[in-house]
Design a protein around this ligand. Structure first.
Ligand SMILES: Nc1ncnc2c1ncn2[C@@H]1O[C@H](COP(=O)(O)OP(=O)(O)O)[C@@H](O)[C@H]1O
Ligand SMILES: [Mg+2]
Length: 472
């Protein structure tokens, strides 16, 4: 485009033709005088002489093609500056287009419509402009903001960070979502998220401010609710643990009664026999020792039973390494009399296992085995067909220890399969419905294993999967 073309499209433009030494050769444009770039004629004057040193440096950068676009503020006007070099003598044309009006009106409309604080800061973070939203947010008028900076509006503990934010925006071009606390004119604290963009050509910073006080309050409320919910659940869990122990204890007292009935009866018989013998004949020393041995054997058995039970209720706090087979056998010892009196055959089958050692809580694990076997026994007794069988298989599957506990007690109704692990679900008249729920918690949460159930053949099969020690 020639200079005249440009002037007809942009009547407010000014064109300066300069030589290689940056001296003005010619000047065109209607606005020349109204702009009052200088009272002296422009021709034969150097660019450095016409503009302030700051503006001159920028124009230099434009001519040297270090920057491609440039807007300058000059005599309260906004001027877009372009440069086109002419091929021959090394000089060229500088175009100045007055965009004061244009920029202000359009930007003003955008700025004032925005539902965010938008402000323009100088190099040091001092306010040059702020939209209405920002003024309302902070409670300052524009006049008041001229003497403030984004640093002075920060709360004391964020002042240093705000200064760094300004420096970083200038250095890296922008910074996003910098969170800080601002202080409004009335002294209120405001949580804000700021994004700063550096406009290199103007050496100014655009700052977008969002008020996130509500968000933060909402987040904190949410956090509080979650914490409360967790506390409530933990408490609930503790209550259930307690209930489950009580339920297990009830089942176990039954077992103790069974375990003791036989030796107690035997002791009674011995005592009666003693009276008999002593009436008719003299007791010789040998028979006395024999009777004493028999009594001691019964008493030892009873005391062993009590030891087994009391150990069972001791809660272990720390994880330990234990052999699952020992625990299974220990659990079975606690109910074998009951199983026998119900004519139930129990078998342990050992498949090849990498290791039977796991890390966890042996007493809790025993409780799980007890629960499942006790349930199996109850189911078998209920079907009352006789020939009850419980089979426990210990093996490995994909680096995991796998324990099956299968019974022939008739299985679980299809529609109940999903529910049996729910707390308080029971189909038994005096059931608590806690046994399987706790078993699941112990295996899956305390020992990071798995507890599953299936109906198989004429009964139920529970499967416990555990990490072998040393395999994760
Ligand atoms: N081996 C099984 N055979 C049939 N039903 C079972 C078996 N194990 C568990 N169930 C069912 O799961 C329910 C829940 O068991 P559990 O949580 O131990 O509570 P409870 O034994 O107090 O009923 C039982 O009431 C029963 O209906
Ligand atoms: Mg049960």
């Amino acid at each position: 485009m020639s200079s005249t073309d440009i002037l007809s499209s942009f009547p407010q433009a000014i064109i300066l033709a300069i030589d290689a030494g940056l001296t003005v050769q010619e000047a065109y444009g209607e606005q020349l005088s109204s702009l009052q770039i200088s009272s002296k004629p422009l021709t034969e004057r150097s660019i450095s002489d016409i503009f302030t040193p700051g503006v001159y440096t920028k124009i230099r950068s434009l001519i040297d093609e270090e920057i491609t676009s440039l807007t300058i503020t000059f005599k309260e006007k906004e001027l877009d500056v372009y440069y086109k070099s002419s091929d021959d003598n090394g000089g060229g044309h500088l175009y100045f287009i007055d965009v004061t009006h244009h920029n202000k009106e359009e930007l003003q409309a955008v700025f004032d419509m925005a539902a965010n604080g938008i402000s323009i800061l100088d190099h040091d973070g001092m306010f040059l402009y702020a939209n209405q939203f920002f003024q309302d947010l902070m409670g300052y008028t524009m006049e008041e903001l001229y003497t403030e900076s984004c640093i002075s509006l920060s709360s004391a503990e964020y002042a240093a960070a705000s200064e760094t934010a300004v420096e970083k925006a200038i250095k890296y071009g922008s910074i996003q979502n910098f969170r800080k606390v601002c202080v409004t004119k009335s002294g209120e604290h405001l949580n804000a998220s700021m994004s700063l963009s550096y406009l290199k050509s103007r050496d100014e910073i655009v700052m977008i401010t969002s008020d996130i006080t509500q968000d933060i309050m909402y987040q904190e409320e949410l956090k509080r609710q979650v914490e409360m919910e967790i506390a409530k659940r933990t408490e609930q869990n503790e209550v259930m643990c307690h209930q489950s122990r009580l339920a297990a204890m009830g089942e176990m007292i039954d077992s103790i009664a069974h375990q003791w009935r036989q030796p107690l009866n035997a002791l009674g018989l011995i005592v009666q026999g003693l009276r008999h013998i002593s009436r008719d004949e003299q007791l010789d020393k040998e028979s006395l020792v024999e009777i004493e041995n028999e009594i001691m054997q019964k008493i030892n058995y009873m005391s062993q039973t009590i030891d087994d039970f009391s150990g069972f209720f001791r809660i272990s706090k720390t994880k330990e390494t234990f052999d699952v087979l020992h625990s299974i056998e220990g659990a079975l010892r606690l109910i074998d009399v009951q199983l026998r009196s119900n004519d139930i055959e129990i078998k342990i089958v050992l498949e090849d296992a990498l290791s039977r050692e796991v890390v966890g809580f042996p007493n809790e694990f025993k409780q799980v085995v007890m629960n499942i076997v006790h349930n199996a026994m109850t189911a078998i007794v209920k079907t009352s067909q006789g020939g009850g069988k419980i089979m426990i298989t210990v093996g490995t599957h994909r680096n995991r220890l796998r324990i099956f506990i299968a019974d022939n007690g008739g299985g679980i109704k299809e529609e109940n399969l999903d529910k049996i692990f729910d707390p308080y679900f029971t189909t038994r008249e005096n059931g608590s419905g806690i046994g399987l729920y706790m078993s699941k918690v112990i295996i899956e949460h305390h020992m990071q294993g798995r507890l599953r159930v299936q109906n198989r053949d004429d009964g139920t099969r529970f499967c416990i999967g555990l990490h072998c020690k040393g395999h994760k």
